[in-house]
Design a protein. Structure first.
Length: 244
């Protein structure tokens, strides 16, 4: 069963559902590409940090390996450092053969299309597609199987699709991590009073506004704070220091 790996972060049911949909979209796209490559399993990794390799980290985001993601973790342990270092010098996919008969298309000339990793340390062959998006984030999509029958055309096309899929995922994560859009003075005032337990009618009377206008301010503030209701918006505004 495909798995999406994320840290637990208490949030509203609406936001959780949206995150789940984004995760499901990524898993669906990776599963489709896995079938296209006739691969057995896939894993998606996120590279974070900058500068020296020792200052950066690579973590598993999603995979469909059996046995608690043991296969994905094996890739990470063996090739994680090489993958991070590779991002600095190339965006060519990394290709490796596994033990015994686990291999890739040795007879096809992949010069200029991939970088081969030597040695046969894993029980499966694999290909890792790097995605380098600058400030938005970097990552890898890995596909593995006992045998990968690849062509340069398949590699190029898959790399394009992987880049698009991971770009959307990483950009969504980046947006979620950015500060909320700045609230106006009126929105903050309405949130503060709502947080103090005042109704829209009471807020309208206090500020000399119509009830409709007060509700509009509360609505836009809720949207800017990426919240699904007034209660969550008030809680988030308190955490961000807008109100007390």
């Amino acid at each position: 069963m495909p798995q999406l790996h994320e840290r637990y972060d208490p949030e509203s049911a609406g936001a959780a559902k949206a995150r789940s949909r984004r995760g499901a979209d990524l898993l669906q796209q990776m599963t489709a590409l896995q079938r296209k490559l006739n691969a057995r399993n896939f894993a998606v990794f996120r590279v974070s940090g900058s500068g020296l390799t020792s200052k950066r980290s690579i973590k598993l985001v999603a995979d469909n390996f059996p046995g608690g993601s043991a296969g994905a973790q094996a890739v990470l342990e063996l090739y994680g450092d090489a993958m991070v270092e590779h991002l600095d010098v190339s965006i060519l996919p990394l290709l490796w053969n596994g033990k015994d008969e686990s291999s890739t298309s040795e007879t096809v000339d992949f010069d200029g299309f991939v970088t081969r990793l030597r040695g046969r340390s894993l029980p499966f062959a694999g290909i890792a597609f790097p995605v380098r998006l600058g400030s938005t984030g970097n990552g890898f999509a890995v596909f593995t199987s006992a045998y990968l029958d690849l062509t340069s055309e398949i590699i190029l096309d898959t790399h394009i699709q992987v880049t698009g899929a991971l770009a959307r995922q990483l950009q969504n994560e980046e947006r979620r991590g950015q500060p909320a859009e700045m609230l106006t003075e009126r929105e903050i005032a309405c949130l503060q009073m709502a947080g103090d337990g005042r109704t829209s009618e009471e807020i309208a009377e206090k500020l000399g506004l119509s009830v409709h206008t007060v509700n509009a301010y509360l609505g836009t503030a809720t949207t800017k704070l990426d919240s699904v209701n007034r209660i969550q918006a008030i809680a988030k505004a308190i955490r961000l220091g807008y109100i007390n």
